[in-house]
Design a protein around this ligand. Sequence first.
Ligand code: SAM
Length: 452
Amino acid sequence: MVVQKKHSGRFGARSVEPPPPPPPGLTARLSASNALADILGSAHSIEDRLVALKNSDLEPRDKALVRSILAASLRHLGSIRTLLAKALERGLPKKSGALEWYLVTAAAQILYMDVPDHAAVDLAVHAAKRDPRSAPFAGLANAVLRNIVRAKDEPGAIADPFIDTPQWLAARWIKTYGRELAAQIAHMHGLEPTLDLTVKSAPAEWAARLGGIVLPTGSVRLATHTAIEALEGYDEGAWWVQDAAAALPARLLNVHAGERVGDLCAAPGGKTAQLALTGAHVVAVDRSAERMKRVAENLTRLGFNAELHVGDALSFDAAPFDAILLDAPCSGTGTIRRHPDIAWIKRTSDIAALAALQTKMLDRSCAMLKPGGRLVYSTCSLEPEEGEQQIATLLRRNPDLKRLPISADEIGGIGECVTQEGDIRTLPAHLANGDPRLAGLDGFFVARLQRK
Ligand SMILES: C[S@@+](CC[C@H](N)C(=O)[O-])C[C@H]1O[C@@H](n2cnc3c(N)ncnc32)[C@H](O)[C@@H]1O
């Protein structure tokens, strides 16, 4: 117990006032600002930060708030920075500590979240006052954020469709997809993605029970953003979370019960679960022991079995497979809706390095196929170096392989996702819906090949 002594005059013991408790909500704001500084300053992924957040002693409600503040800040970083730059006439003061992050996260709450403006402003000012380097600028923070509150109501303040996309990525997508489609992709990155589920069976029944819709591909789509553990069917393992596009590669491998199937980059295991559901013998490999633990947990919840190996797919040796799924590590630019940090922490050099790794993995996978065996290659990237170009060069250097073209019928008739060559290219702008909360797909490339 802390006993507070009364002030007892000039020579008596001085009272030591404990610091006042932080106002409600401040801890969550400080946590969001720290995490954002770490993601953008040190290129740590939001996923790493969310694991740290999960293990922190914040209340569940505050954890959800931190997650939402981070997502809104990263999803709209370009817009927020543009508005802050206008309000900060002389730029961000030098040596102002974490002031930038207090401002960005507060602006995200004011502009994009259902948080009262005064709470967002007051807590950011409070945060600034607690930090000796930003404290001298607490008044400035107050003025700037009040400016943002006013700017919120100015119609059409920002008209550039690529405002929230780093320039190098916008330039790439315009080159690959044309300006109009690239702008639609960038627009979709500004919206919260749907929650898609792969169900073991009876998709229509689960869609009705969970208040969702069944997509032409068979996935169930919900517009909800509640904790998945609270949804019906989670505990009994009736479904798992998987974007509708991410569910295509395993389905297109057409695996049968009794086949021996390699899943060479398996974690966290969404596709492993699909393959196990068929009754095939699945050999799942992933380099990351930590991520492989999640595969094991997910399979246990779903009641599936697979042979799990932690190791490098490039040196993995096993008896030849009937079919292999290579869901290769990639830049992840097709999943920016779900991981908005990717847009800001990836570099063009990452794409070249990953493409070189994918080439090696493709060669290794082909060497592990039985004659007549099938290979599905997939990446969740919008970049042709990680998709279309990989397969074009693989087919040129390996005459033992042929493409097994994919038809629109195999993906529920969604012709817009099938390329001329018979591969799949999904985009966030695909699968439009009158209700934007139910629209879009992650950006995947999928090709199906066969060893002659
Ligand atoms: C795109 S993720 C796979 C997603 C997974 N297929 C799913 O559906 O849940 C890529 C995975 O490749 C793994 N990885 C990266 N390099 C690897 C390597 N050399 N050998 C094996 N796994 C690797 C990563 O740890 C990561 O889990």
